[in-house]
Write a protein that binds this ligand. Structure first.
Ligand code: SF4
Length: 317
């Protein structure tokens, strides 16, 4: 059972912020604890990421610079000015393969409320470059909590009439947005077996496909993401059925592109997570190249998947 947000930590300096007051009003039973700085609660190394995950606290905070980061490897692959920003740290979902487990000492959810500081900095970078591809769901699944916090809506309003593509990568089905040309929905899909085993708290495949169809009906051209591809013992059978199902339900001509990649992780994060989480994902035959752990037979897996993908723009990550 998930006992999420029974405790809410709030930085003293934002107690009078209207947005903060509105959020707190949504959790009348939560214990509110005032703190000086979110890092006092978030950073101590003695915490247990796993123990906190099923009883996540919420931390409301003000972010200090930097507000925007360049994703250099994606700039090369996608050929756009790819930047990401972090309006939230951590995620309400709990995927076994998630690198966040090895990145932060705490799994509590940090929500930054100084939106205008983010907007100002993004505006500055945007004016310099003339266009941007901006992900706001890079270290989190921002749409998973859209019904509670409305963060993506604020960003969607901010980018309206700007040459900024706003990427909303998600496993959620919270897609209640009016059509807007520069919103890029990127739906992560996995076979139902993978969802059940490794993507705790996320919506089922059927619900995600339904959400994709809905956004297509509104006029969006979503991106479909198959990443990470997990090499289950019977992975060929599972992924063949899965991809057939996906593209029998979704006409590939209605999607923008497919992003795909096999499970991989920075080796330091891999070691940290392997110690904390009992999951067979961390016990496959792996090789380490340039500090990245990846399947020994990655090329074979990719080749198999590529043969099953429809004729649409594909980006291997
Ligand atoms: S949805 Fe994404 S960010 Fe959230 S736990 Fe899963 S992999 Fe991590």
């Amino acid at each position: 059972m998930n006992l999420r947000f029974r405790h809410i930590y709030v930085e003293k300096r934002i107690l009078n912020n209207e947005y903060v007051k509105n959020i707190l009003a949504k959790f009348p039973k939560a214990e509110i604890i005032e703190i000086n700085h979110y890092k006092d609660r978030f950073n101590p190394y003695y915490q247990s990421f796993r123990a906190q995950k099923d009883a996540q606290s919420l931390i409301l905070a003000k972010k200090d610079p930097p507000f925007i980061y360049e994703a250099s490897e994606l700039i090369q692959k996608l050929g756009v000015n790819f930047f990401y920003t972090t309006p939230m740290l951590n995620c309400i979902y709990d995927c076994h393969y998630c690198f966040l487990q090895g990145m932060y000492p705490s799994s509590n959810l940090v929500l930054f409320v100084n939106f205008n500081d983010f907007f100002k900095e993004v505006e500055r970078v945007y004016e310099n470059l003339g266009n941007l591809f901006l992900s706001i769901s890079y270290d989190t699944d921002i749409l998973a909590v859209e019904n509670l916090f409305g963060v993506a809506k604020k960003w969607a309003d901010f980018v309206k009439d700007k040459n900024i593509k706003l990427e909303l990568r998600t496993k959620s089905v919270n897609i209640d947005f009016e059509y807007q040309e520069n919103l890029v929905f990127a739906f992560s899909l996995s076979p139902e077996t993978v969802i059940e085993r490794y993507e705790k708290y996320t919506p089922k495949l059927k619900a995600r496909i339904k959400a994709i169809k809905k956004v297509i009906n509104k006029g969006f051209k979503p991106v479909i993401v198959f990443d990470p591809i997990i090499k289950l013992p019977n992975f060929k059978e599972v992924y063949k059925d899965f991809l057939q199902k996906v593209f029998s339900e979704i006409n590939y001509k209605n999607i923008e592109s497919i992003v795909y990649g096999t499970f991989r992780m920075n080796s330091t994060q891999f070691k940290i997570i392997k110690k904390q989480l009992l999951s067979d994902i961390y016990y496959y035959p792996y090789s380490v190249k340039n500090g990245i752990v990846e399947y020994e037979d990655k090329e074979e897996v990719i080749k198999f998947i590529e043969n099953l993908l429809p004729d649409v723009k594909k980006i291997f990550v």
